[in-house]
Write a protein that binds this ligand. Structure first.
Ligand SMILES: Nc1ncnc2c1ncn2[C@@H]1O[C@H](COP(=O)(O)OP(=O)(O)OP(=O)(O)O)[C@@H](O)[C@H]1O
Ligand SMILES: Nc1ncnc2c1ncn2[C@@H]1O[C@H](COP(=O)(O)OP(=O)(O)OP(=O)(O)O)[C@@H](O)[C@H]1O
Ligand SMILES: [Mg+2]
Ligand SMILES: [Mg+2]
Lengths: 266, 266
């Protein structure tokens, strides 16, 4: 089956969507079919790829209510790049499913029925640790954590890993944290370098543990801040269509290559 | 009574906390007592001011469960700068209060009992439109929207204003949107300039309406990206303590002066 990777971080605006879209696009460009699952009611990944609420395609919301609707849900938005879109109504899912005993397993159930069409499934999670992110973590085998090399960003990592631990203990024992992708990186500052050093020391200290993040690494290179990455969503384009020679394109291409070079995941 | 201003934006990582802390600090430095209410379970404003979960002080969580606990809750963290701290347990409030008929009014009720001690009350909202933000909007008379001059940021503004409209219709008819504070601004790029032009055109188009944002403006100056603003939280300091000559300090001081120059709010 495909590698199934949840991109999560409960902190907002750290680069989850930008990272999911552009890693997916880079892998698709290299010829491997990729499914991007947009799990955020804000639907920014869908918007980024030119798909909004007016789309007729079955959405993640429909899938959570009825997993059997999955079969014609993915839409091919770019060559080899398929999207299971989100929509604003997805915000209602948490309340609507709150009494269902299988509410954390519905996405996994749906994806199992179609995943063999793809080499990668990338799940863009919302900035929270609620039902949608938990469905994403339960449907994945790996976790990538996009984050910024800043003090306040470090504060949230403990809670994030606690959630991964809970999911691996109670729902999904195969779940592993593959690593961290540093976004909007400003390597010039000592602040960023100190945060990187803190992260590397922490990951090193966890190597001999039994935790899901014992194999986690800092992916190289960090993604530099590059305005082109913020501009291309307004044209419904990935960075590779909009500015293929920009630093943002080079950085995400190298992260995608680092992922592809791994054998079967962390 | 004081000016009560909610700083809100459901999009994460846009600069709400940085803006609330540093505007509060600037006003406090000028001699006006300010109360900063940290409404985010992430408690980044509290952390920024050196107060974490180990603090014994009454928190916003305690206040939502029992508004009469407000009287000794605010702590003076810097001269004239008072904090009603958050804590991680605040994440439970939404569930715990979900059946209470007055659950959107508890913060307002508590603050009314102490607000005359202050010239300003600034409320730092979490990145969501749930119970905590709704308490913040109901307890305020004004809304400031920190946001980034980027395409994906524009997408969320409609939903944000819809929420303000709902609160003003159903809970708090005095609520007005005073305006927008642009954060992490990179004025060099045409992208940012286009977003600013879009925002100005939109605000202009709303002048003759009956909406709560008919008087909203773009505050000047935009806050430039400045690494010092991201560094000072790790020392429990405001920008004025950490780097008083930095561009970030100058920009937030000017925003505070713009606010102080207004008479009794929007
Ligand atoms: N390397 C970068 N350089 C410049 N801008 C970037 C970069 N990465 C992301 N951005 C911009 O920063 C903003 C936040 O990024 P993004 O939407 O990917 O974060 P997110 O974690 O998915 O946010 P949310 O928590 O709201 O889902 C967007 O406007 C995006 O275009
Ligand atoms: N002008 C700026 N220049 C550089 N860094 C900034 C600036 N403003 C904010 N930051 C940094 O960006 C990150 C996000 O800012 P902040 O925490 O204020 O956003 P927020 O909207 O409160 O986030 P959340 O939605 O999580 O509450 C923080 O690490 C902060 O230090
Ligand atoms: Mg996102
Ligand atoms: Mg904040």
């Amino acid at each position: 089956g495909p590698r199934r990777i949840a991109l999560m971080n409960q902190k907002g605006g750290v680069g989850k969507t930008t990272t999911t879209v552009n890693i997916a696009a880079a892998i698709a460009e290299l010829g491997t079919p990729v499914l991007l699952v947009d799990l955020d009611p804000q639907a920014h990944a869908s918007l980024h790829l030119g798909v909004d609420d007016s789309s007729e395609a079955t959405s993640v919301y429909d899938i959570l209510l009825d997993p059997t609707e999955i079969f014609d849900a993915p839409i091919e938005v770019k060559p080899n790049l398929w999207l299971l879109r989100s929509e604003t109504d997805l915000a209602a899912a948490e309340t609507e499913l709150s009494q269902e005993t299988d509410r954390y397993a519905r996405l996994r159930e749906a994806l199992e029925a179609v995943e063999d069409r793809f080499g990668f499934v990338l799940l863009d999670c919302p900035p929270s640790l609620g039902l949608l992110t938990l469905n994403g973590l339960n449907a994945a085998q790996e976790v990538l954590i996009p984050m910024q090399a800043q003090f306040l960003a470090l504060q949230g990592v403990g809670k994030l890993l606690e959630t991964v631990q809970l999911v691996s203990q109670q729902l999904n024992p195969d779940l592993r944290v593959s690593g961290i992708v540093l976004c909007m990186f400003d390597g010039q500052t000592t602040h960023a370098q100190e945060v990187v050093a803190d992260l590397e020391a922490y990951l090193e200290s966890q190597r001999e543990t039994e935790t899901p993040w014992r194999g986690a690494k800092l992916y190289q290179p960090p993604i530099r801040r590059n305005i082109k990455l913020a501009e291309c969503p307004s044209f419904g384009q990935t960075i590779f269509e909009y500015a293929p020679w920009a630093p943002g394109a080079a950085d995400y291409r190298r992260i995608a290559e680092a992922l592809l070079a791994e054998h079967g995941g962390a």
